[in-house]
Design a protein around this ligand. Structure first.
Ligand code: GLU
Length: 268
């Protein structure tokens, strides 16, 4: 048994590039596959929390805009439209498998104030106790400047800490962390396990990026730093192949696994 098989509470982050076509519209087939597998994983007895991006991308598609806007007010408006559509779809798809979803929209100030943080933790706990699948996103309509997280990779690591998760899985548009940039260099290798986040790992990650979300590989490494220091194992898998979720939770080696730091008396 490995940590993913044994895990009781999991946070899964789904990026915009996993959920949408290049056109910006929602990838219905992909979303249905993911919801079906997640429903099954939930049925197997694991608590499940989703961090889903896609509000702005879906809003852009729904409003018929030609591209992702660059001004803040338009992004806020696109998120308001897209978040509704996104939750409508999740609600409908999870209901097919008899699961209830709940929406949690976060801003940075919630975790910076101890009292608000406790309130958020209580709400998560109760939503999980009630058997719902919380679906979290940044509150992009109001979270600008100092109250924004900026990317959902970081947000998902914070949510994993807040909810006491055992593992965090980031579904990306790439198989995991490579020894270089696979988009420009065909000779690079997938790194299956990272036991320590070194400056070398960070510089490899700086090179890789993604087009439809706000994060790239570097924000995933930052998320890994938060997670592993909190004793949470993290994996990056390819969202284009949702069946990798089954492989991961069946204990197979898939994607890149960042191993959690556990009880290290040397502080190393
Ligand atoms: N919160 C943004 C959205 O839902 C995405 C942020 C990200 O991709 O990291 O559109």
């Amino acid at each position: 048994m490995n940590c993913f098989q044994e895990s009781r509470r999991i946070v899964i982050k789904i990026g915009s590039s996993t959920l949408t076509h290049k056109s910006g519209h929602i990838n219905i087939r992909r979303m249905e596959q993911i919801v079906k597998i997640l429903s099954d994983i939930h049925n197997s007895g694991k608590d499940l929390i989703l961090v889903s991006s896609g509000a702005i991308a879906v809003g852009v598609g729904k409003l018929g805009l030609r591209e992702r806007p660059s001004d803040t007010a338009s992004k806020q408006a696109a998120a308001a439209v897209g978040q509704c559509e996104l939750m409508y779809l999740y609600d409908k798809m999870f209901a097919e498998y008899n699961h209830s979803v709940s929406q949690v929209l976060m801003t940075r100030d919630i975790i910076e104030d101890e009292h608000r943080k406790q309130n958020a933790m209580n709400a998560f706990r109760r939503l999980i106790d009630f058997g719902t699948i919380p679906i979290v996103n940044e509150n992009d309509t109001v979270a600008v400047d100092e109250i924004e997280f900026g990317d959902n990779d970081t947000l998902s690591a914070i949510v994993a800490k807040l909810t006491g998760a055992d593992v965090l899985v980031l579904m990306s548009d790439i198989d995991g962390l490579y020894s270089g940039n696979p988009r420009t260099n065909p000779d690079v290798q997938l790194i299956p396990k990272v036991e320590k986040i070194t400056p070398e790992i960070e510089s490899i990650a700086e090179e890789a990026g993604s087009s439809r979300g706000t994060g790239g590989m570097i924000t995933k490494i930052h998320a890994a730093q938060i997670a592993v220091e909190a004793g949470i194992d993290m994996a990056i898998i390819n969202g284009e192949h949702p069946e990798q979720l089954y492989q991961l939770f069946d204990g197979e080696t898939v994607g890149t696994h960042f191993t959690a730091r556990r009880n290290d008396p040397e502080g190393e």
